[in-house]
Design a binder for this molecule. Structure first.
Ligand code: ACM
Length: 264
């Protein structure tokens, strides 16, 4: 299956302009799953709740409406971050949009820093989704940016059978790109991290979007400031082999009997 990411530097508040740029960048991509950054059309650093309210949208909304013909005509699955309004609540969410127009939602569980002041922590749990491209099917889990620092959701998604975790991000700290190599190895899965490049209101994003394989191999890793779309062909069945040696299965060998705070 062809898997990939888009890295770019959106303009804060210019949803229309950002959508047009992304549409242009995706125009030649076909038959793939492509991950875009977190909050990649609104921008990231909302001044306050009022500014978030102005830029957030219901699902489905104008962003899905704009992207749906692209996913349909190009046969691509898109994962992208969005400021999601749900009644009086606002979530930092990721949507998975299929070529058929189906929408799946993950709401960010672990909010980072000032996100806590304006967003509601996610209530979607950690679902996985089946996708199929050109007769090849796989199971995809979604996480968002700062979720990287908590090993639990990665393990839960792997235990549910995710072969790929799609990870839209707006990273500022320098650790994630190395840490997710470990997440890929310890779960024997593929991880696609799509990060922002550039800066916004004084925040500098680290770019360096990447695809890591189940053995920690870096299939793709790009520079800090580049913009574009990159894809690679991967054999996702590799994520089914959980053996790190002939006698060590990273799923079966877990000692759930000892993973407790109770003293023995
Ligand atoms: C982050 O979660 N956007 C750092």
């Amino acid at each position: 299956m062809r898997i990939g990411f888009l890295q770019y530097s959106p303009v804060f508040g210019d949803k229309k302009g950002n959508l047009e740029r992304v549409g242009e960048m995706l125009s030649k991509e076909k038959d793939a799953i492509i991950v875009l950054p977190e909050l990649c059309f609104s921008g990231y650093l909302f001044k306050d709740r009022k500014e978030l309210e102005e830029l957030a949208e219901e699902t489905p909304g104008p962003t899905v409406e704009y992207l749906a013909p692209i996913t349909k005509n190009n046969n691509i699955f898109l994962v992208f971050g969005i400021a999601e309004r749900a009644g009086e609540r606002f979530y930092n969410s990721s949507l998975l949009l299929s070529p058929a127009g189906d929408i799946s939602v993950y709401r960010k569980a672990h909010l980072f820093d000032k996100e806590k002041l304006i967003f509601t922590p996610g209530d979607s749990g950690f679902p996985i989704f089946n996708i199929e491209i050109k007769g090849v099917s796989t199971k995809v889990g979604l996480l968002i940016c700062f979720d990287w620092i908590f090993p639990e959701p990665w393990k839960i998604l792997a235990l549910k059978g995710a072969q790929i975790i799609a990870h839209p991000a707006n990273l500022m700290l320098p650790y994630c790109q190395d840490a997710t190599i470990t997440r890929a190895i310890e779960n024997r899965i593929f991880i696609i991290t799509s990060n922002r490049s550039g800066s916004e209101r004084g925040l500098k994003f680290t770019g360096t979007s990447q695809i890591v394989g189940p053995r920690g191999e870096i299939y793709l890793r790009v520079g800090k400031s580049v913009e574009g779309v990159w894809t690679v062909e991967c054999d996702l069945n590799q994520a089914e082999d959980k053996m790190v040696t002939e006698r060590n299965d990273v799923i079966q060998d877990r000692r759930e009997d000892l993973y407790t705070l109770k003293e023995k």
